[in-house]
Design a protein. Structure first.
Length: 202
């Protein structure tokens, strides 16, 4: 995959429920790799892959937490395209909307994801379109290898050699619910917001 002279946008999709230092670290490593120029945090209000998996804070609360978490990095931004979509937020639909935006016509989109997510993309609803519309910047996970589906080989780069931070939003929600610490795992401003709004305590 040749490097493009067009703006290269890293897309980090997620529910961010809540956003934590693992998400921010993935974004930083993507920038440091030199393969993307900026990173957009694409907030999924209703991810089809996160249904019935515990407490989901409101889209507005998650937007505010992401906003606070990335406020000190000028190369991080938020994309709320999926807020306007009805029903489950499928990645291929989001990419279709982004690519049809005249303001982004020269942009090159790179999905930033872990190897665990990456290997499943061909099986997603609209997976063929996702592969067509985007390139892939893949972060290592302890549970998978650098296996690459054949149709994605020319569109993929791996962030090999970077530390693996296995942090789970589910674990963090349980910590909060049980009154235990999330220190060093959540950005300070996110911790403060969760406490202020009494999130994840049900």
């Amino acid at each position: 995959m040749e490097e493009s002279k067009n703006p290269r946008i890293g897309l980090l999709f997620g529910s961010f429920n809540p956003i934590h230092i693992g998400h921010l670290f993935m974004g930083e490593m993507a920038l440091e790799s030199g393969h993307v120029d900026v990173v957009w945090f694409v907030i999924s209000p209703n991810s089809p892959y996160k249904m019935d998996k515990g407490i989901l804070a409101s889209p507005e609360d998650r937007l505010e937490m992401v906003s606070r978490a990335i406020s000190d990095n000028s190369k991080f931004a938020i994309d709320t395209t999926e807020f306007a979509l009805e029903g489950p937020s499928y990645t291929y639909k989001t990419l279709e909307i982004l690519k049809s935006n005249p303001s982004y016509k020269d942009f090159e989109f790179h999905i930033i994801c872990g190897t665990d997510v990456f290997v499943d993309i061909p099986t997603w609803h609209g997976g063929k379109e996702v592969i067509e519309y985007a390139n892939f910047l893949v972060y290592p996970r302890n549970t998978t290898t650098n296996y690459t589906p054949e149709e994605m080989k020319d569109k993929t780069k791996f962030l090999n050699g970077v530390p693996v931070l296995e942090i789970s939003s589910t674990f963090l929600r349980e910590q909060i619910k049980n009154g235990k610490t999330t220190k060093h795992l959540l950005p300070k401003y996110v911790q403060e917001y969760i406490k202020q709004k009494n999130l994840y305590n049900e």
